[in-house]
Write a protein that binds this ligand. Structure first.
Ligand code: COA
Length: 321
């Protein structure tokens, strides 16, 4: 059995900040941001919480799937920006939905979060343990970003996306591949609470996201291309046989480099990075929901999803829609 997506949903905060808005507050310009990243605007949480956005996206996915929250057996929620350490956003979403029969688990794999969570759902479904799983990717990156650091704050946005998966014999995830390289973790770093106890009071060193932009750029282009190549090869497919590539929306130039490497048709790589910025773990399900609602994905379409980011982590999925 395969994990097959039967419903999608997403949520974006109401407040939009354009590059022009940013240029009024810091030394930057629309031209610089668009030429380096493709980003024109991003949504930023003002009233919204991480769990609230996730629950809204999840409810929309359940409605799309025609499923009641009480039917869910598991909630897998990917985030690096929860509202609390305890309870997890996964448990908060369970409560908000009234998904009383679901076990709720949170997963931190940064921008690969949704892809890794979907792979985890696949493993549970393959093992025959569960058949009805909600997978969510949600981020409020705006609270982890240093708004005085123009090289990072222009990149990120907030939002949530969700998918309901059930077991299918012929459709859904056919194969996946996923990796981590913890030795390169410093390339994209944000500290948690430091050690404060009876014996030690450490200072918080890296309160906000710090990134080696060029290192991360090179990593992303190389590893995403490589993982897609591997997935295509072991499934006997050429890049032209894929109908749609849903890549993590970090940067339009990274996506363009992957297209060039695969010698693929650019029309098969839809984007929303220009409107949403990099929403980390939320970006793949946000784009997926946009495509699904627009009727862009047809039964039997071959789809590749790729996530990559902090950890470092990366991975790709091959699924039949
Ligand atoms: N506006 C104007 N100038 C800026 C700027 C901004 N928002 N941010 C940085 N600059 C300046 C720098 O200060 C530097 O100036 P200097 O030459 O006077 O020192 C110059 O632009 C070049 O900086 P650099 O960091 O070399 O730029 P870059 O071409 O590497 O682009 C990124 C920066 C972040 C856009 C690029 O490295 C990138 O896209 N990396 C991948 C990031 C990513 O996607 N991360 C998430 C992965 S999940």
């Amino acid at each position: 059995m395969n994990a097959h997506i039967i419903g999608t949903g997403s949520f974006l905060p109401e407040k939009v900040i354009t590059n022009f808005d940013l240029a009024e507050r810091m030394e930057t310009s629309d031209e610089w941001i668009v030429s380096r990243t493709g980003i024109r605007q991003r949504h930023i949480a003002v009233e919204e919480s991480t769990a609230g956005m996730a629950a809204e996206a999840a409810q929309r996915a359940l409605t799309d799937a025609g499923m009641q929250a009480g039917e869910l057996e598991m909630i897998l929620l990917a985030t690096v920006s929860p509202d609390h350490i305890v309870p997890s956003a996964a448990c908060e979403v369970q409560a908000m939905l009234g998904a009383v029969n679901a076990v709720a688990i949170e997963l931190n794999a940064a921008c690969s979060g949704f892809v890794f969570a979907l792979n985890t759902a696949q493993a549970y479904i393959r093992a025959g343990i569960y058949t009805k799983i909600l997978v969510v990717g949600v981020e409020t990156l705006s609270k982890l970003v240093d708004w005085t650091d123009r090289s990072t704050c222009i990149l990120f946005g907030d939002g949530a996306g969700a998918a309901v998966v059930t077991a299918s014999e012929n459709r859904g995830i056919m194969d996946f591949i996923q990796f981590s390289d913890g030795a390169k973790g410093e390339a994209l770093l944000c500290d948690a609470r430091p050690l404060h106890n009876l014996f030690v009071r450490q200072e918080l060193k890296q309160e906000y996201v710090k990134m080696d932009g060029q290192e991360v750029f090179k990593f992303a282009v190389r590893r995403v291309s490589e993982s897609i190549d591997q997935l295509l090869e072991r499934n006997g497919l050429s890049s032209g046989e894929i109908d749609c590539y849903i890549l993590h929306q970090a940067n339009a130039r990274i996506i363009a480099s992957v297209i060039k490497h695969l010698k693929a048709d650019a029309d098969k790589f839809p984007t929303n990075v220009e409107r949403c910025g990099n929403t980390s773990g939320a970006s793949v399900p946000l784009l997926l929901d946009e495509l699904n609602r627009a009727g862009h994905l047809k039964e039997g379409d071959r789809v590749i999803m790729s996530g990559f980011g902090g950890g470092l982590t990366w991975g790709s999925i091959y699924m039949v829609w």
